[in-house]
Design a protein around this ligand. Structure first.
Ligand code: OGA
Ligand code: MN
Length: 301
């Protein structure tokens, strides 16, 4: 038996399913951009605001370096992009409130680092809130506490991936709609099963498998861990197609791996990418905490 097979399985149990950081593309090749000359903690001048909006329309990932924002400041910056969505109830088992600026972390209810991930779905390729009829426009994460090693965030550009498909595949998937649901998402990531209340709160929705980006007009695959099968197809066939498509989009050439630095604020366009967190070293010991805001989008077409 090989050494790899003999190696103990990490307690978090997240399977590797994509490129390593070394195998992924540079930020610019992915289509992203780094911005180092704006202080987002201060009210933006009209010129800076216009610049940020322009950059967001042209780049699926914006990486701001050297930032230090309070939750109130992150809230104010996020508002430039539209309506802020709260985290759903039960996102944190210790919180019963919707929170516009909430936390993504590997901390348990007592605030201690844990390998038992309650935000398990974040470690599987997904587009935020695609289980909603009106999914997210963008998500923003601001690094607060970072582990010494690992814990990167990966982004796969689903517009570039769509453009690279053979014409026969584009014809095969034209007009298809995928079913997305909270329940499927829980099952597919092996997390805590959805409760009957959660299923009732978020019944399945369907979205085009190929959506058009409202700003750029580009076609992009719209899929991920919340999507389970295809409308009008036998379940297994739909699952197999979605699996094949995720395999396509998660090739290194379409992926940017963000290695977090202190002071980073990263925002991304959920309409033309999927993303996931990578586990970090010794998750039971090392803390990873980021502040998150999400802006509501529009119905995909
Ligand atoms: C998210 C998410 C990934 C990460 O906040 O929506 O998927 O790297 N986060 O924490
Ligand atoms: Mn996410």
């Amino acid at each position: 038996m090989s050494a790899t097979l003999d190696a103990p399985r990490p307690a978090h149990g997240i399977p590797p399913s994509g490129p390593s950081p070394e195998e992924s593309a540079a930020l610019a090749d992915f289509g992203g951009i780094e911005i180092t000359d704006i202080d987002l903690s201060q009210p933006l001048s009209d010129a800076d605001r216009d610049r940020v909006m322009r950059l967001f329309r042209a780049h699926p990932v914006l990486v701001f370096r050297g930032q230090s924002l309070t939750k109130d400041q992150q809230y104010a910056f996020t508002l430039h992009f539209g309506e802020i969505e709260g985290a759903h109830v039960n996102r944190l088992i210790d919180s019963k409130n919707y929170a516009p600026v909430h936390t993504v972390s590997n901390l348990d209810a007592e605030g201690n680092p844990s390998e038992v991930l309650r935000e398990r779905g974040n470690y599987y390729w997904h587009s935020d809130k695609s289980y909603h009829a009106v999914p997210s426009l963008l998500t923003m994460l601001h690094a607060v506490e970072l582990p010494p090693k690992g814990g990167e965030t990966q982004f796969a550009n689903t517009a570039k991936a769509y453009a690279a498909l053979p014409d026969a595949t584009k014809a095969e998937i034209a007009g298809l709609r995928a079913i997305h649901s909270w329940e499927a998402s829980r099952i597919q990531c092996g997390g805590r099963p959805a409760t009957p209340e959660q299923i009732a709160e978020r019944p399945p929705v369907d979205h085009p498998l190929v959506r058009i980006h409202p700003d750029t007009g580009a076609k992009a695959l719209y899929l991920g861990n919340h999507a389970s099968h295809i409308v009008g197809w036998p379940k297994e066939d739909g699952q197999a197609l979605l699996k094949r498509m995720i395999g396509h989009v998660s090739q290194g050439r379409f992926v940017y791996t963000h290695r977090w630095q202190q002071g980073d604020l990263v925002l991304w366009d959920n309409r033309c990418l999927v993303h996931r967190a990578l586990p970090h070293e010794a998750m039971g010991v090392n803390r990873r905490v980021l502040h998150r805001t999400v802006v509501k989008g529009t119905v995909p077409y």
